[in-house]
Design a protein around this ligand. Sequence first.
Ligand code: GAR
Length: 209
Amino acid sequence: RKRVVVFISGGGSNMMALVAAAKAGDFPAEIVGVISDKADAGGLAKAAAQGIPTFAFVRKDFASKEAHEEAIFAALDQLSPDILCLAGYMRLLSGTFIQRYEGRMINIHPSLLPLFPGLHTHQRAIDAGMRIAGCTVHFVTEGMDEGPVIGQAAVPVLSSDTADCLAARVLTVEHQLYPQALRLFAQGKVKMEGGKAVSTDAAAAPAER
Ligand code: GAR
């Protein structure tokens, strides 16, 4: 089983979806640690209650972004993960960080990328008059929310939607998509090659299903 460390900043519902999926005996990955940049992230207690080691590295406790990331690297070196999953981690990683884990780090973003990268995705989707919205799991590369797409899931946008109720609808499919995408990646059925997500198993390629 591949060793996975999950990065969070908040409630950690996606992290918990990965933890729940990993309980299945045939899941090809296990969650070996959870790292947060917020000491009070709700997900930390949830992970700890599952017996998963948790770490909080608060940026203001460090003199620089480099020092902050060095502390994270030291924790990662202890955990020796095969895969990093960003799950609502709301801090941009440096180029050094991304290069260190390139091809081994995936993220979930609550829009159908390349539409609506960055913040306030749900309000922007509503303002644009979108009739569908969704989420994307992608490899992390240096451009924010720009890496190759592993999988996506869509939901309708209703005319009565606020950003909050659309976010809640998208979140339900995030919880399905992220474990599916991690499963494919951990099985080696998708990898990043030449700046693209390449499926090594046509039957499992999300884009071709
Ligand atoms: C999720 O909707 C995730 O897609 C989003 O934050 C939420 C975290 O919820 N991520 C981003 O916006 C990344 N830019 P969770 O902590 O309950 O998983």
